[in-house]
Design a protein around this ligand. Structure first.
Ligand SMILES: [Zn+2]
Length: 141
C-alpha cells in the first residue's frame, strides 16, 4: 500500500457516518434520519446550533414618554414623482410620541437650511398652541 492509499484508507476509517448522513439529509433531525438509516446516532452539528439560535433584543426600548413634546420623531421622506403646486417634493413629518400627533410639512428639498426653517416655524407654532415653554427633550430621526 503506497502512502496515498494509506492516507485514503485512514480518512475512510475516520468518517463519521452519522455526520455524513446528517449532511446528506440536509441537516435533518436524528429522528427523521433514523427512519431511513438504522442505528443512526444523534450528532452535534455546529451549523444547526447556530441556525436555531435566537437572539435576545440587543437594546431595551426606552419607556414611552407621557409629556407632550418630550420626544419628537422626525421622518423626512421623498422625493415624490409629482411635485405640488408650491414645488414641494419631500414630506417632513414630526411625530410627538406622547400624543401621537403628527405634523406634516411639504418641502421642496432636503437642504439643511430649509429643514431648520421648517423646524423653527414648527417650534414657534407649538409654543404658541401649547404654551409649553420647554424645548423637546429628545428629537429622533
Ligand atoms: Zn446540521
Amino acid at each position: 500500500m503506497n502512502s496515498d492509499a494509506r492516507v485514503l484508507a485512514m480518512n475512510v476509517e475516520n468518517i463519521n457516518y452519522d455526520h455524513l448522513w446528517h449532511e446528506l439529509f440536509l441537516h435533518a433531525s436524528a429522528d427523521r434520519i433514523s427512519k431511513h438509516i438504522p442505528n443512526h446516532e444523534h450528532i452535534t452539528c455546529e451549523p444547526c446550533i447556530l441556525g436555531k439560535q435566537t437572539r435576545t433584543p440587543s437594546k431595551q426600548m426606552d419607556d414611552k414618554v407621557t409629556d407632550k413634546l418630550a420626544r419628537v420623531y422626525i421622518d423626512h421622506c421623498g422625493p415624490v414623482t409629482l411635485t405640488t403646486y408650491g414645488n414641494g417634493k419631500y414630506a417632513l413629518n414630526l411625530h410627538d410620541e406622547a400624543t401621537n400627533y403628527t405634523w406634516t410639512f411639504v418641502v421642496p428639498d432636503k437642504i439643511a437650511k430649509t429643514i431648520v426653517n421648517v423646524l423653527n416655524a414648527w417650534k414657534a407654532m407649538v409654543d404658541n398652541q401649547t404654551s409649553l415653554s420647554s424645548d423637546p427633550h429628545r428629537v429622533r430621526s
